[in-house]
Design a protein around this ligand. Structure first.
Ligand code: PLP
Length: 412
């Protein structure tokens, strides 16, 4: 296995005494599931965001599944989203038979381009799913204006952006629903974990039921107190049994919940990390500033533009490569970064409309020309995490500069 000087990532944050003590304490408690730590984590996360409701989940994936179910998106419904994301953003929509329409992106922020979104709206469009790529907020004002104009819901995939702001408001609270990830690689972690966030009381109530093996719909009590030859058992009042056996459904229009819950152990870890989230994000911003300073002026390398209204929390650090200036294709540049400089490169993300699942549905190259060009020719993500050392930060700068020089023939 290659020993990288700068690996792409380990656990994204240094975990220390705070996290270890919190988890150890959780392990001594009466319950490891559905207990007070989960509730406390939800309260504090909602408070930090300024949201009315937060529900802890087992991942961002399950929060997104919950979002699709709460909004009752299904066959025939069109959802507009970005191709520049991890494929799970669209997973719940595919699972529910929705039609996915890919809008193109802004070539600098790598976020959805609002003009491209509006062009895709049809009478069947129900929802817009945005992704705050790399920790920088999507330009939400025009997206929300489109949503209002056409009566669409907006789901924010905030997997990269816990704590990030758009015009001073925390992301995840601006659309109808925000979904967060606390996977080990993310800006704050619970190992695996996520959150479903909303300001809408009805969505929150529905998500609470559906996220924990309940049903939702038009339920009618059985009028008989007998089941076959038996009387209703004494434990009829047990919510478990009650939900499973003691209701009949007026019609078939009910929704079945799932277990999307976070454990108490994860919630304990989450509470410790949450207390430091702004600090962890500030450290990423400081590293990004160092990289920006060190990489300014490298011929053939462009940096992302600063956007004061949407400061990034740098889950990813992106640079753009210009093969015409350097004189070699992007792949050659990446190969040297990896093999000569020992910098591990993982490109985030392959444009998902070109995945086999989507090509099989008729999506094709040429559908999102900006996303395609930027991915194949320009974008490169350098490793970024809070415990990068000074030597590693300096090595990222030197490595990129040296590689550009080597390929452009300035040095052998
Ligand atoms: C944009 C985006 N959405 C959703 C997810 C899924 O997060 P999780 O691993 O918590 O399910 C990821 C994971 O990397 C992601 O990058």
């Amino acid at each position: 296995m290659t020993q990288y000087v700068v690996p792409y990532a380990g656990v994204s944050n240094p975990l220390g005494a705070d996290e270890i003590n919190a988890v150890t304490d959780a392990l001594t408690r009466d319950t490891l599931a559905m207990g007070p730590l989960g509730r406390e984590f939800e309260r504090r996360f909602a408070d930090l965001l300024g949201a009315r409701h937060a529900q802890a989940t087992s991942s961002c994936t399950t929060a997104l599944f919950l979002a699709a179910q709460v909004l009752e998106l299904g066959p025939g419904d069109e959802v507009i989203t970005t191709p520049q994301t991890f494929w799970v953003t669209t997973w719940p929509l595919q699972a529910r038979g929705c039609t996915i329409r890919f809008a193109d992106i802004d070539p600098d922020s790598l976020n959805l381009d609002p003009d491209s979104v509006e062009a895709l709206v049809t009478p069947r469009t129900k929802s817009i799913w945005v992704v705050h790529h790399g920790g920088r907020a999507v330009d939400l004002d025009p997206i929300m204006a489109i949503a209002t104009k056409y009566g669409l819901s907006v789901v924010e995939d905030c997997a990269h952006a816990p704590g990030a702001t758009y015009k001073g408001r925390r992301v995840g609270t601006i659309g109808d629903i925000g979904c967060f990830s606390f996977h080990s690689l993310k800006n704050m972690t619970t190992g695996e974990g996520g959150a479903f966030v909303t300001n809408d009381d009805a969505y929150a109530e529905k998500a609470r039921e559906l996220g924990t093996i309940h049903t939702w719909g038009a339920l009618v009590e059985r009028d008989s107190d007998r089941i076959g030859p038996y009387r209703q058992p004494a434990y009829y009042r047990d919510p478990h049994v009650r939900s499973a056996f003691s209701k009949s459904y007026r019609d078939d229009r009910y929704l079945i919940g799932n277990n999307y819950r976070m454990s108490e152990i994860s919630a304990a870890l989450g509470l410790a990390q949450l207390a430091k989230l702004d600090q962890l994000n500030a450290r990423r911003q400081e590293i990004a500033r160092r990289l920006d300073d060190g990489l300014t002026g490298v011929p053939g390398i462009t940096l992302q533009r600063a956007r004061p209204e949407a400061p990034s929390v740098y889950h990813l650090y992106t640079i753009f490569y210009d093969a015409a200036v350097v004189g070699a294709p992007k792949d050659d540049f990446i190969k040297l970064l990896e093999q000569v400089e020992g910098i591990e490169i993982v490109l985030r993300y392959f444009p998902i409309h070109l995945l086999p699942e989507f090509r099989a549905l008729g999506h094709r190259f040429g559908e999102c020309p900006v996303a395609e060009k930027v991915y194949f020719e320009q974008q490169i993500q350098l490793p970024i995490y809070t415990h990068l050392t000074e030597d590693q930060i300096n090595h990222l700068i030197t490595g990129v500069r040296r590689t550009a020089d080597t390929l452009s023939g300035k040095k052998p």
